[in-house]
Design a protein around this ligand. Structure first.
Ligand SMILES: O=C(O)CCC(=O)C(=O)O
Length: 300
């Protein structure tokens, strides 16, 4: 074990998530804020989402509202280096072994007053793999409390089925909690000071509410898997060749021998008409979930 102790690993195995409070030093958090400010400048030159930035429905060039900075590892050497540092890879190696491949990265901005919810889902519903040594590390850049949309998880849900993320036969990336027999009161909110990291298993059911508070909740997700977890056909992992796939290796050795384990999967097909970011996909779910900014505005 590099970073975690046995108790933390057992807790992850049991509950499907882990929180390491104040794991990153203050200078990294300060640099991250400067990088976020730099990458955010692009928003005032676009009127709708593009390859770099996903914008809120209420965005305009004059009043920019960023929902997500896409692939921060590609847009910023700083976020790429952070992903490859022992601060991030150490805990992942402790949980799923020495050979790690990146799936994707994203920086969910959840800005004060209007930052969008992410409806309940399991990552594995979007990208089923041959085994479930697949996880996401969330890096918290602002203090997160109950009021600014913490990541919420259902403990132990990573041991259950992949729930129904379809609507009218079309993949829509969201779960109806009560339809699945779940109660929001049983979810755990992952709060902590800036510098905290969260880790959740790809089968863990999770989501986060609209940020109506006066404080931003900027959180970057590094998603990765054991190198021998291969995407199952029809999932949303795209690569053109094995060479391109191997470029995603973060550490250790690649393989051409997928490890198959007896786990539940569902194929996220057919894809919805708007198959962009999770935010766009989930607008087509037709399922009850966290209130959106537009719904709250209409009600007040
Ligand atoms: O930002 C969040 O709270 C949830 C992120 C997430 O689950 C996602 O972007 O897929």
């Amino acid at each position: 074990m590099e970073i975690l102790n046995e108790q933390q690993r057992n807790s992850y195995d049991e509950n499907g998530y882990l929180v390491l409070p104040a794991h990153l030093p203050a200078d990294i958090i300060a640099q991250a804020h400067a990088e976020i400010a730099r990458l955010s400048e692009h928003a005032s030159s676009i009127s709708s989402s593009d390859d770099l930035i996903d914008v809120e429905d209420s965005h305009s060039k004059d009043a920019p509202r960023i929902r997500r900075i896409k692939r921060p590892d590609l847009q910023s050497a700083f976020f790429d280096q952070l992903m490859r540092s022992d601060l991030i890879l150490g805990p992942a190696r402790d949980l799923i072994g020495p050979n790690l491949r990146m799936h994707t990265t994203k920086l969910n901005m959840k800005k004060a007053e209007f930052g969008a919810p992410v409806q309940w889902h399991q990552d594995f519903a979007f990208y089923p793999h041959t085994n479930d040594d697949v996880l996401a590390i969330g890096v918290v850049f602002d203090d997160i409390g109950m009021e600014n949309g913490p990541l919420q998880v259902f403990p132990g849900s990573h041991k259950g089925p992949i729930l129904d993320h379809h609507h009218d036969g079309i993949f829509s990336g969201a779960v109806d909690l009560s339809g699945a027999g779940l109660n929001l009161n049983d979810a755990v909110s992952l709060t902590g000071p800036a510098g905290t990291i969260t880790i959740h298993h790809a089968r863990t059911l999770h989501g986060s509410a609209l940020n109506r508070s006066h404080r931003d909740r900027q959180m970057l997700f590094y998603e990765m898997m054991a190198a021998d977890a291969f995407p199952v056909m029809g999932g949303m992992t795209r690569f053109e060749s094995i060479e391109q796939y191997d470029e995603l290796m973060l550490c250790g050795a690649t393989t051409t021998q997928p490890r198959l384990t007896n786990i539940p999967i569902r194929i996220p097909q057919p894809q919805p008409a708007k198959a962009g970011s999770i935010y766009e996909i989930q607008t087509q779910s037709g399922k009850p979930g966290y209130a959106t900014y537009e719904e709250v505005k209409q009600a007040t």
